[in-house]
Design a protein around this ligand. Structure first.
Ligand code: GLN
Length: 509
């Protein structure tokens, strides 16, 4: 135990600590992993009405925390040891049910852990439970969960964003210091933006998809959601890495020590005698991201954040992503096409809910799938089946794939002029729960700024950048070239050293 207790947080303050700070307290043995887990479990219970969690099991979590305490007592010191987190409910887990937000998988228990889950467990993290999400990660408001909606901690009458809405709300309300999320077309960045936290979607293939309930396999990617770029960097170093025996699309590249890189670069900048920390960074601003489609309050916050980057030495250059608008129809052809194929396994035989009453095999499939899938999943299965069917394949799916390639090429042209691309994440702040429920196309259109980089497979992140209408958080999006996660995290970190948007908390925290 340390002798000077003066600046120790009281137990009630533990949730205000980030991962790095928590790990330091744990390493100094000022607090035990069991105490930390108990503190957060109490908060999760207290804020149950937010709807962020779908499964909690204190016995399992505390057993993991005890195991972490034994490792700590033995002198092991690794950056995440004993720190708690929770997983989006599309990562399969042995110790908790996995539903993917769907009735189809109610009470489903996986016989194994997803690779990302087991990597974080090996790093010593303690799982506090499973986080609510849109059904099969399809949505932008977390109002497509078959179980319950998630409320935005900044204003509980509003959505937290989706599909990783439970992850974003839980981190924002300080129910967990960190969470995993998945991003197919924006589902890490958009809820991070709308709930005022930091999140990064790595390059496609950077994290293994093994054990992630598949939505659109050529787009799905796991990533961390936390309070700061530093915390995301600490998490990503443990989440990322090749897993070629299990996910052939995982990248066979070494994983950077993102946190060390991000801090080292910072010191380096300072050491070089007064040079600004982002001296040589060229930030590209696509004109398509700053047009009339974006709400003025969001644009104002984004522009103010960019002015801050300029103060840090970055230069702003105009770039062109002419096919941005097409990313919506292209994504909403390709993602449903892949979803219709991936969801075919949920037939009541191989996986998923089986209807209690049916007349024959076909009737059993029909009833099981009709009962198990919600409206949005059903809609996407229908669209996907249609665009893949003989006669329509060339007109829709093949054409979408061709435009997808052109979208990726436009990014490469832009990256000849700049190092990172910046813009808004979402055209508006979080909307009211129920507002877009009856209008799926309104939800699709709100994905305009996140889809193109997803289609290109590029890494992107959302960084808290201020507040807009109704006092709701606004995120700045940073998009990097392939494998440039360290550069994105470094730029975001330096912005967070200079600003305090990421430290603001909603009332309930
Ligand atoms: N909002 C998008 C959709 O509904 C993105 C979802 C995601 O990234 N999982 O498909």
């Amino acid at each position: 135990m340390s002798t000077d207790m003066s600046n120790l947080p009281t137990q009630t303050d533990l949730h205000h600590l980030g991962i790095a700070e928590l790990a330091a307290r744990l390493a100094a043995r000022e607090v035990s992993s069991v105490e930390v887990a108990q503190h957060f479990l109490a908060r999760i219970k207290q804020q149950d009405a937010l709807g962020a969690f779908l499964a909690v099991n204190a016995d399992v979590s505390l057993a993991q925390a005890r195991a972490a305490d034994i490792r700590l007592a033995a002198g092991e010191r690794t950056p995440l040891l004993g720190v708690p987190l929770a997983h989006k409910d599309v990562f399969v887990t042995r110790d908790f049910a996995t539903t993917a937000g769907s009735k189809m998988l109610e009470n489903y228990r996986s016989p194994f852990d997803a690779t990302v889950v087991s990597k974080l467990a090996q790093a010593g993290m303690v799982t506090l439970g499973k986080l609510n999400c849109d059904e099969f990660a399809m949505g932008s408001g977390n109002d497509n969960s078959a179980y319950k909606p998630v409320h935005n901690p900044w204003d509980v009458s509003r959505i937290p964003g989706g599909s990783s809405g439970g992850s974003a709300a839980a981190v924002a309300a300080r129910l967990v210091p960190a969470a995993t999320g998945t991003d197919t077309g924006g589902s890490i960045r958009q809820p991070a933006s709308l709930s005022g936290i930091t999140g990064i979607k790595p390059t496609y293939g950077r994290c293994s998809r093994y054990g992630m309930v598949a939505f659109a396999s050529s787009l799905d990617q796991a990533g961390p959601m936390a309070r700061s770029a530093l915390d995301c960097a600490l998490l990503l170093s443990s989440m990322a890495g090749p897993d070629l025996d299990r996910d052939s699309t995982s990248l066979d590249l070494p994983v950077a020590d993102y946190a060390t890189e991000l801090i080292a670069h910072n010191l380096d900048g300072a050491r070089r005698g007064g040079q600004k920390s982002l001296q040589n960074l060229r930030i590209g601003l696509p004109k398509q991201f700053f047009g009339a489609g974006c709400a003025p309050d969001v644009l104002a916050a984004v522009r103010a954040a960019l002015a801050e980057f300029e103060k840090l030495g970055a230069t702003l250059v105009d770039v062109d992503l002419p096919l941005t608008e097409l990313s919506i129809p292209v994504y909403y052809v390709i993602a449903p096409a892949e979803a219709s194929s991936n969801l075919s396994r949920f037939d009541g035989v191989r996986y998923g809910h089986r209807a209690a009453h049916y007349t024959d095999l076909t009737d059993m499939y029909k009833k099981s799938r009709s009962e198990g899938f919600g409206d949005e999943a059903t809609r996407r299965i229908m669209i996907g089946t249609y665009v893949l069917s003989h006669g329509y394949y060339d007109a829709y799916y093949l054409k979408a794939q061709k435009i997808r390639r052109l979208i990726a090429e436009d990014f490469q042209k832009a990256f000849t002029q700049c190092d990172v691309i910046a813009g808004p994440v979402s055209p508006t702040v979080a909307w009211k729960l129920g507002e877009n429920k009856a209008d799926p196309v309104a939800n699709y259109l709100a994905d305009i700024y996140t889809l193109s980089s997803s289609l290109a497979g590029l890494p992107g992140m959302s960084v808290p950048a201020g507040f807009g209408a109704h006092g709701m958080p606004v995120g700045l999006q940073l998009i990097g070239n392939y494998f440039k996660e360290a550069q994105l995290l470094g730029a975001a970190h330096r912005f967070q050293v200079a600003t305090d948007w990421h430290t603001h908390t909603p009332h309930m925290a």
